[in-house]
Design a protein around this ligand. Structure first.
Ligand code: HMG
Ligand code: MG
Length: 313
């Protein structure tokens, strides 16, 4: 049974994280990364994306990743699909959960998926028809929910409208992305209020922050205050979107787990194990973590302090 204290973390590192890395991670390392994440208590791990390999060569091994993935009991492994072609590829590799994606910005959609908002919904129609027939779980994404690298400010009403449409076509959950990390808590509060005023249940909303300007954790705190209980993050703070200049780094899972657990909320996630998983993949990428908590763990600093051995005072 879930309570107000339970928070779901959707780990997007293997997809959102790796899609924006210059280096290609070998498939064996991706599988090991996924397996380590799976052992950390995370309940949802976005495994890969069935998008055009020309657009995202980093994930061109999606079919092999999903086929060879060792699925841990109780862990869900959704994959991104942009169109029917992507869904068919995903199904052939054994997908049972998918995520479709559009944006609150026309300009961003043109760059990212080469179509308008309307065009994206036309592509979703056959995807959703097939998903419904097969009983697939579907997440929807709205990128640029708090600002766009091409169009600038995005009206709150536009984000709400796209969110409503995603629910109307059958999404179970909608993730609102601050793709380039420009949002601040005031915007999170305004957006949540507008969603509620529109009759949207915040229990079905996820917030997806990028930490480009250091506001991601403040935005999470505001989201929590508003009643949101699903947050996306990426182990080690990997990631971004290649079609959004400056979209450096998702909120790091380590930082999110630390904030939530120390605030008395329950994630079910073992911070040390996420750190081990991100350390592993960052070694494969030959780069240090951007996660502040991971940096302190790397330097040997711990908080809370380990319990003193019995008998010592
Ligand atoms: P398009 O060029 O308009 O599509 O691309 P098309 O239907 O005209 O097809 C063109 C070619 O791509 C054809 O091949 C198709 O077969 C192939 P050709 O005949 O030229 O050899 N193709 C595909 N191949 C594999 N898988 C497919 C697929 N579809 C077509 N599914 C398309 C449209 C959407 C496919 C393309 O623009 C694309 O793949 N874009 C990917 C963009 C992307 O992955 N961006 C990052 C994810 S979004 C994100 O990160 C934001 C998020 O994290 C939230 C946030 O932070 O805000 C979710
Ligand atoms: Mg993202």
């Amino acid at each position: 049974m879930t309570s107000e204290k339970d928070v779901t973390i959707v780990e997007v590192g293997p997809r959102d994280g790796l899609q924006n890395e210059k280096a290609l991670v070998p498939i064996e390392a991706k599988l090991e990364f996924l397996d380590r994440l799976g052992s950390s208590g995370l309940g949802v791990i976005e495994a890969t994306a069935f998008v055009s390999p020309r657009a995202i060569p980093q994930l061109s091994d999606a079919s092999e990743v999903l086929t060879r993935l060792t699925r841990r009991p109780g862990v869900r492994y959704p994959v991104l699909v942009p169109n029917l072609n992507g869904l068919e590829r995903a199904l052939a590799a054994g997908a049972t959960e998918i995520a479709i994606f559009t944006a609150a910005s026309e300009a961003f959609n043109q760059h990212n998926i080469n179509t308008t908002i309307e065009g994206s919904f036309q592509r979703f129609a056959p995807v959703m028809e097939r998903a419904r027939a097969l009983g697939l779980w579907v997440r929807g994404y709205v990128s640029c929910a708090l600002g766009c690298p091409y169009a600038g400010e995005i009206p709150v009403a536009r984000t709400v409208e796209v969110t409503r449409r995603l629910f109307a076509i059958g999404c179970t959950e909608v993730s609102l992305g601050d793709t380039i990390g420009v949002g601040v808590p005031r915007q999170v509060a305004e957006l949540c209020s507008a969603l509620v005023a529109d009759g949207i249940d915040l229990g079905r909303i996820a917030l997806h922050f990028h930490d480009t300007r250091g506001t991601a954790l403040s935005n999470v705190s505001e989201g929590l205050r508003q009643g949101v209980r699903i947050f996306d993050s990426s182990a080690g703070g990997l990631g971004g979107c290649p079609y959004a200049t400056g979209a450096s780094g998702n909120l790091a899972t380590e930082d999110l787990v630390y904030l939530l657990e120390r605030s008395g909320l329950r994630t079910g996630v073992d911070l040390d194990k996420v750190f081990e998983a991100s350390s592993f993949v960052l070694r494969a990428l030959a780069r240090p973590p951007v996660s502040r908590v991971a940096q302190t763990l790397s330097s040997g600093s711990r908080w809370p302090l380990p319990a003193a051995p019995a008998g010592r005072t």
